[in-house]
Design a protein around this ligand. Structure first.
Ligand code: C2E
Ligand code: MG
Ligand code: MG
Length: 755
C-alpha cells in the first residue's frame, strides 16, 4: 500500500514537472500560472514522500517543513492562477494584501518551530518494517491549517460562484476546477482524519495540478464549439443546410432545411428523397458543384441556388459533405421587376424604344425568310388632346392606342412605345392589312365618361430589306414616310419609297451646296415686273432662282421648302435682300426710282433679327426704305402675333412699305385685315381658281378690292395672265398688277432691257 502511494507520488512528481515545463512553453497567458502552480505542488509532494519513506528523524522533519511551507506556496500560486483564469469572465478579482501577510506570518511561525516547538513535533512510530516518524500537531500547526483551509475555501468559493453565475455553456470551465478542489479537499480531510502514519493527502493535490493543467491549457470545449456552430448555421437567414456522412446519408439539417424537405423529428433518412423530389437527381451528387434552379409550388415559382461541398481530413479522405440551398426568389423577383421596369413603358406596359429595337434586332435573321414591315405610329396633334382634355384623358388615350397596337399581334410581331405619342411595330408583311387599318383609322374614337375625341393617327410604313441591320434607321424611314401624306384626313398610311429617299438625298445635297452657291451667286434674284393701271412698270418682285451647274435652272419650289424646313432659308433671304439693295442702289443713283419687293419667310423670324438686318442693308446701300418693299404672308402671324405686329409697325414707321403676300390663297381671314399693319394687299389670282362660278369669283375679288380701299390699303393682283383679267381688275379699282401677262420673272439684264 505504502509502496503504491510512493510510486504514485513519484509518478505525479514527474508528471507535474513535465506539465509545468509544458505550460511554460504555452503561448497562453495562463501558462505561467499553471507552471507556478505545478512546480509549487512539487514541494508538498516531495516533502510527504520524504517523511513517509525515511527512518531518519531529520529527513522526516525536513520533509514536514517542505510539506507545510510548500502548501503555502501552492496556495499563493493557486490564488494567482484563479485570478488569471477568471479574468476573461468580466469579474475583476484581486488578491487582498492581508492574504499575503497571513501566509507570510504562517511561514514565519512554521520556521520558528525548531526553537519554540509550538507548531509540531516528530514522534517515533514503530512499524513492521522499522521505525518511522510522524508529525504531532501543536497550536502553530492548527493555525497553519486554519490559514490554509481558509484560503483554499475562499478560492473554491470563487470557482463555485463562477460556475453558478456563468451561462450554461461556460459553466464547465469553472465547475471542473471547483470539483477538483472539492475532491482534493475531501481527500485531504479524509487522510487527516484517518490519522494514518503515512500522509496520502498530497496525492489529491498532485492530481488536481494535472487536471488544472489539462483544463486550462489543453482542453477545447467541443460542446461549446458544437453549440455555437450549430446555432450559427441553424439561424443562417434564408439558407437551408444539410450535412451528409461519407456515404451520402443525411445526418443533420438546419431548421430551414427541415422546412424545405418537410422532414420532421430528425428523420434525416427521408431527407435525400425529399430533396430529389424537389430539386432533381443532381442533389444525390455529394461532390463539389453549384447550380441554380426553379421549383414550381402550388402558388408560386421559387428560385434557388444549390451548392455542394466536400469535407476531407488531413489525408484528403472524404469525411462528409454538405449541401447549401438558398431561396433567392425575392432577389430574383426584385431583379425581374427591375428588368421589367427598365424594358417596359410604365404607362402602357409596352416595350420601351430601346427594348423594342433590341427585340427587333434579335429577330433580324428572319428578315431573310419573311418580309417584315416597320410601322411608325404617330398621333397627330396629341398635344391638343392633353391641352384640351387634360393629362388624364391624354394618358387614357395612349393606353387605348397601346391596347389597339397590342390587339391581334401574332408571335412574330414586336411592338412598343417609341416616345411620347409615337409607337413602333415590326410585323410580317403577310399580317398587315392596310384596307382594314384605313377603315379603323378613319374613325378612331376615344371615349371616356362624357368625353369623346376622334383621333387622327398616321402610320408610316417601311419594308425591311434583307440586309438592313440598324433598327433606328428603319424607324427613321418609316417616320419619313409620314411626311408624304398630303391629305391627312383621307390617307392614314404612307409608305417609305425611293422618292422619299431621293428627296432626302436631294435635300442633303442642296443644303451642303447652298453656302457656295450664294457666294458664287448661283443663287440670285429674278425680277418680275409690277405694273400700274397705265401699264407702266413701277417696280418688281425679287424671286430667288438657283442656276445650278449640274441641274441647271432651279425654281424656288425645288429649294425654298427644303431650306424653310431646315432653317437655311434665312441665308437665302439675306442674300436676295442684299442683291435687291444692290440693284436698288444702282437704280437710285441712276434716277430710276422703281421699287423691289422682297419675300420674307415666316421662318426668318426664328433665326435672325429681320428688322435690324433689313435696316442695316438700306443704310449700307443708302436707299430710301420705301423702295424696298417687304412681302410677308399671314402665316407670320400664326405665332407670337403681337411681337410680329410690332415688327411690321416698326417697318412702316421706318418708311418701308409692307405688303401682305398671297392674300386669299391660304387661310387669310378678312377679320385679320383690320389688325394687320400693311400697306398693300397682294391678291393671288390663283385663289380664284380655274373652276367654279367665274362671276362669283369676280364679285369676291371686287369686294376685297373695295374693302381694302376703304381700309386705306392698296390692292395688287398677282398672277395676272391675260389682258382681260388686267382690264377687269383695273375697272374694279386695283392699282398694281403682276403676272405673266406683263412678264415672267426675268434675269436682271433682261428686266433692265424690258424697261
Ligand atoms: P410669291 O412670293 O407669291 O411669288 C409669286 C410667284 O408667282 C412666283 O413664283 C412667280 O413666278 C409666280 N407668278 C408670277 N406671275 C404668275 C402668273 O401669271 N401665273 C402663275 N401661274 N404664276 C405666276 P416663284 O418664283 O416660283 O416663287 C414661288 C414662291 O417661292 C414665291 O411666291 C415665294 O413665296 C417663294 N419665294 C421665291 N423667292 C423667294 C425668296 O427669295 N425668299 C423667300 N422666302 N421666298 C421666295
Ligand atoms: Mg412674294
Ligand atoms: Mg405671292
Amino acid at each position: 500500500m505504502k509502496l503504491f502511494f510512493s510510486v504514485l507520488s513519484a509518478l505525479l512528481i514527474v508528471l507535474l514537472l513535465v506539465s509545468g515545463m509544458a505550460a511554460r512553453r504555452s503561448q497562453k497567458p495562463i501558462g505561467k500560472y499553471v507552471t507556478l502552480l505545478n512546480l509549487s505542488l512539487l514541494f508538498p509532494l516531495i516533502g510527504s514522500l520524504l517523511t513517509d519513506n525515511t527512518h531518519d528523524k531529520f529527513i522526516a522533519t525536513a520533509g514536514c517543513y517542505l510539506y507545510f511551507i510548500g502548501l503555502n506556496l501552492v496556495l499563493l500560486a493557486l490564488m494567482q492562477f484563479a485570478v488569471e483564469y477568471c479574468k476573461n469572465s468580466g469579474t475583476g478579482h484581486k488578491i487582498p494584501k492581508a492574504v499575503y501577510a497571513i501566509l507570510g506570518i504562517d511561514i514565519a511561525q512554521l520556521l520558528l518551530n525548531p526553537f519554540f516547538k509550538h507548531a509540531f513535533r516528530m514522534e517515533e512510530a514503530v512499524m513492521p518494517d522499522g521505525i518511522f516518524y510522524r508529525m504531532i500537531p501543536h497550536l502553530g500547526q492548527i493555525f497553519h491549517r486554519i490559514v490554509d483551509y481558509g484560503i483554499f475555501g475562499a478560492i473554491l468559493l470563487v470557482f463555485i460562484v463562477m460556475s453558478v453565475r456563468m451561462p450554461n455553456i461556460y459553466k464547465e470551465r469553472y465547475s471542473v476546477i471547483a470539483y477538483t478542489m472539492i475532491f482534493a479537499g475531501i481527500w485531504q480531510a479524509f487522510c487527516l482524519s484517518a490519522n494514518s502514519p503515512v500522509d496520502h493527502a498530497t496525492i489529491g493535490f498532485g492530481l488536481g495540478g494535472i487536471i488544472v493543467f489539462y483544463f486550462s491549457l489543453w482542453y477545447r470545449p467541443l460542446k461549446l464549439l458544437d453549440r455555437m456552430l450549430s446555432d450559427i448555421i441553424s439561424e443562417m437567414p434564408g439558407e437551408a443546410l444539410f450535412l451528409f456522412d461519407p456515404n451520402g446519408r443525411c445526418i443533420w439539417a438546419n431548421e430551414l432545411g427541415c422546412q424545405i424537405t418537410e422532414v420532421r423529428d430528425e428523420n434525416f433518412e427521408l431527407t435525400e428523397n425529399s430533396l430529389v423530389k424537389r430539386f432533381g437527381e443532381a442533389v444525390r451528387n455529394h461532390g463539389e458543384w453549384s447550380d441554380k434552379t426553379t421549383v414550381q409550388t402550388e402558388t408560386e415559382l421559387k428560385y434557388y441556388t444549390l451548392e455542394s461541398h466536400r469535407f476531407t481530413d488531413e489525408k484528403d479522405r472524404l469525411t462528409g459533405s454538405y449541401l447549401r440551398i438558398r431561396d433567392i426568389t425575392k432577389e430574383q423577383m426584385e431583379i425581374r421587376k427591375g428588368i421589367y421596369e427598365a424594358t417596359h413603358d410604365s404607362l402602357t406596359g409596352l416595350y420601351t424604344r430601346e427594348y423594342l429595337y433590341q427585340n427587333i434586332s434579335e429577330i433580324s435573321q428572319s428578315f431573310r425568310e419573311r418580309q417584315y414591315l416597320i410601322i411608325f405610329v404617330d398621333i397627330k396633334n396629341f398635344k391638343i388632346v392633353n391641352d384640351v382634355f387634360g393629362n388624364e384623358f391624354g394618358d387614357y388615350t395612349l393606353q387605348c392606342i397601346a391596347e389597339w397596337v397590342r390587339k391581334d399581334m401574332s408571335e412574330y410581331c414586336r411592338y412598343g412605345r417609341l416616345i411620347g405619342d409615337t409607337f413602333g411595330v415590326c410585323i410580317p408583311a403577310s399580317e398587315f392589312s392596310p384596307e382594314e387599318l384605313e377603315e379603323t383609322l378613319s374613325n378612331f374614337i376615344i371615349r371616356k365618361e362624357n368625353t369623346t375625341y376622334q383621333l387622327l393617327i398616321h402610320l408610316g410604313v417601311y419594308k425591311i430589306q434583307p440586309d438592313d441591320d440598324d433598327v433606328s434607321v428603319m424607324f427613321d424611314r418609316a417616320h419619313l414616310a409620314l411626311s408624304t401624306i398630303q391629305d391627312e384626313y383621307k390617307t392614314h398610311i404612307a409608305y417609305y419609297n425611293k422618292e422619299i429617299r431621293e428627296k432626302l438625298l436631294w435635300n442633303q445635297k442642296i443644303s451642303s451646296q447652298l453656302g457656295e452657291a450664294i457666294r458664287t451667286r448661283e443663287v440670285r434674284p429674278y425680277l418680275q415686273p409690277i405694273a400700274d393701271r397705265q401699264g407702266n412698270i413701277v417696280g418688281a418682285e425679287a424671286l430667288a432662282r438657283w442656276i445650278h451647274p449640274e441641274h441647271g435652272f432651279m425654281s424656288p419650289a425645288l429649294f425654298i421648302p427644303v431650306f424653310e424646313k431646315n432653317g437655311m432659308i434665312a441665308e437665302v433671304d439675306k442674300h436676295i435682300w442684299r442683291c435687291a439693295c444692290e440693284i436698288l442702289s444702282r437704280w437710285h443713283k441712276g434716277n430710276r426710282n422703281l421699287f423691289i419687293s422682297v419675300n420674307i419667310s415666316p421662318k426668318d423670324f426664328y433665326f435672325i433679327d429681320v428688322i435690324t438686318e433689313i435696316k442695316n442693308l438700306v443704310n449700307e446701300f443708302q436707299i430710301p426704305p420705301a423702295l424696298l418693299r417687304i412681302e410677308i404672308t399671314e402665316t407670320v402671324m400664326m405665332s407670337e402675333a403681337e411681337d410680329r405686329m410690332q415688327i411690321l409697325e416698326d417697318f412702316r414707321k421706318s418708311g418701308f412699305i409692307v405688303e401682305m403676300d398671297d392674300f386669299g390663297s391660304g387661310y387669310s381671314s378678312l377679320n385679320m385685315l383690320k389688325d394687320m399693319p400693311v400697306d398693300v394687299l397682294k391678291i393671288d389670282m390663283k385663289f380664284l381658281g380655274k373652276t367654279g362660278d367665274a362671276d362669283k369669283a369676280k364679285t369676291i375679288v371686287k369686294n376685297i378690292i373695295h374693302l381694302s380701299e376703304e381700309l386705306g390699303i392698296s390692292a395688287l393682283t398677282e398672277g395676272v395672265e391675260t389682258k382681260e383679267q388686267y382690264q377687269i381688275l383695273s375697272q374694279m379699282g386695283c392699282s398694281l398688277f403682276q403676272g405673266y401677262y406683263f412678264a415672267k420673272p426675268l434675269p436682271l439684264e433682261d428686266f433692265e432691257k424690258l424697261l
